[in-house]
Every structure is written in structure tokens, then in C-alpha cells.
Design a protein around this ligand. Structure first.
Ligand SMILES: Cc1cc2nc3c(=O)[nH]c(=O)nc-3n(C[C@H](O)[C@H](O)[C@H](O)COP(=O)(O)O)c2cc1C
Length: 205
């Protein structure tokens, strides 16, 4: 599939068939993620690919527990919101594969020359670490479409970051950033409508 088609066809997939994703395809998705641009070409990422159902369900339990513990404002709406968020944060347990992306802090060139902490510089530079992560994740999403799979980016499970890092044995200096759930879509979904070009394009000539 050409790039334009992959971009236009991509939509978040949250329901999958039971078909396994071959390891070669998972490796190819991660290979393409690793080709993404990153701040100073630091390539701060590491990808933990989980296909073990028991581990996925253990992870989902931790996320559910965390969401249930969130302070609620006792309204009926709050209960509904929590159960909705819980689903969007845990559906990954039914995916044939979950790619967990971890990253380490990059060392900015500035850090060597100014009296500012890594966090201060990172904030000043508008979080190039997270921007780098996004570029790699988008490569996975588009490549999934290219290889005939569906995928969904998830940040909601990060509410249980520490517990998830423990299950996946992700140790410092790496820390968990996001998941991508991957598999064959259980049904074809049309991409969602997006803002018209004229609304998002501004030429400053
Ligand atoms: C940074 C980021 C975090 C996201 N986290 C979640 C998530 O935790 N759970 C989920 O179901 N979808 C998540 N999504 C998917 C978005 O909900 C989805 O991209 C959005 O609704 C637009 O739909 P589309 O991807 O089909 O165009 C996330 C997307 C991004 C970019």
C-alpha cells in the first residue's frame, strides 16, 4: 500500500480477531518505528512486544484497579465516565499483540553548557522526548495499515505506569510512554471525519 493510502485508511482499531500477528511482522513494525526522527537522533526508545495473554490480562487488571481508585465526585456521570475510561484503557488485553514503548531521557546539548536541569530544558524545548515518541508511534500505526493490520495508540493505561513497568521489567533509565494495540480488525471501520483543510491550513507567505 502506498503511503497516501495508509494515511487515508488509518483509523483507531479497538476490536480484533483472534488471529496472531507473526513475530516477523511485529519485528517489522518495530524496525519501522526505529527509523523515525528523534531529538539529536538520540533514538531513546525501546519496544516491549507483548503477545502473552496472561501478561496482558495482568496488565489490564492493574489499569482497572488504578482507575477505580481515582477520586470520584460521587455523581452518576462520574461512574459512567470511569467505566468508559476503563474500557478505553483496558481493551488492549484482547489485542493479539501490544507494543509497549519505553524511553530513556535524552541528553540535550544545552545540558552540558547551562545550569539548568534536564527537566527544565526539556520543558523549554517543548518536550522533544515526547515529540520523538510520537513520530515513532505514528510509524507503527501507518505500517500496521500497510501490513494489513489495525492498531490503536493508548496513553490511558499509563495511569498505572509503575505497576506496568514492574510487570514488563522495564527498568531505569527506561520508562513507559505508551502502548500500541495491534491485530487484524474484527470488522472494517471507516476513518473518522477530520477537520477540513481550510480550517487547519494557514499560509504565511
Ligand atoms: C496520544 C494519544 C493517546 C491515545 N490514547 C488512547 C487510549 O488510551 N485509549 C484509546 O482507546 N484510544 C486512544 N487514542 C486514540 C484516539 O482516541 C484516536 O486517535 C482519536 O479518537 C481519533 O480517531 P482515529 O485514530 O480513528 O482517527 C490515543 C491517541 C493519541 C494520539
Amino acid at each position: 500500500m502506498d503511503l497516501k493510502q495508509s494515511i487515508e485508511k488509518r483509523t483507531s482499531i479497538r476490536n480484533f480477531t483472534d488471529e496472531k500477528v507473526p513475530v516477523e511482522d511485529l519485528r517489522e513494525l518495530v524496525r519501522r518505528a526505529g527509523l523515525a526522527p528523534s531529538v539529536n537522533n538520540y533514538q531513546p526508545w525501546k519496544f516491549y512486544v507483548v503477545t502473552n495473554k496472561q501478561i496482558l490480562s495482568k496488565m489490564a487488571v492493574k489499569v482497572s484497579e488504578k482507575i477505580k481508585q481515582l477520586p470520584s465526585n460521587k455523581s452518576i456521570a462520574s461512574k459512567n465516565v470511569k467505566s468508559q475510561v476503563e474500557w478505553f484503557a483496558t481493551f488492549f488485553e484482547n489485542a493479539p499483540a501490544v507494543i509497549a514503548m519505553a524511553m530513556e531521557d535524552y541528553e540535550s546539548v544545552l545540558e552540558k553548557g547551562v545550569e539548568l536541569s534536564h527537566d527544565e530544558i526539556n520543558k523549554m524545548r517543548n518536550f522533544p522526548d515526547m515529540q520523538s515518541a510520537g513520530s515513532a508511534i505514528q510509524n507503527i500505526l501507518l505500517s500496521a495499515v500497510d501490513l494489513g493490520y489495525g492498531a490503536c495508540w493508548l496513553s490511558a493505561p499509563m495511569m498505572a505506569k509503575e505497576a506496568l513497568e514492574e510487570i514488563l521489567s522495564i527498568k531505569s533509565p527506561h520508562h513507559l510512554i505508551a502502548f500500541v494495540a495491534v491485530g487484524r480488525a474484527s470488522r472494517d471501520l471507516q476513518p473518522k471525519s477530520k477537520k477540513p483543510l481550510d480550517e487547519i491550513f494557514e499560509l504565511i507567505d
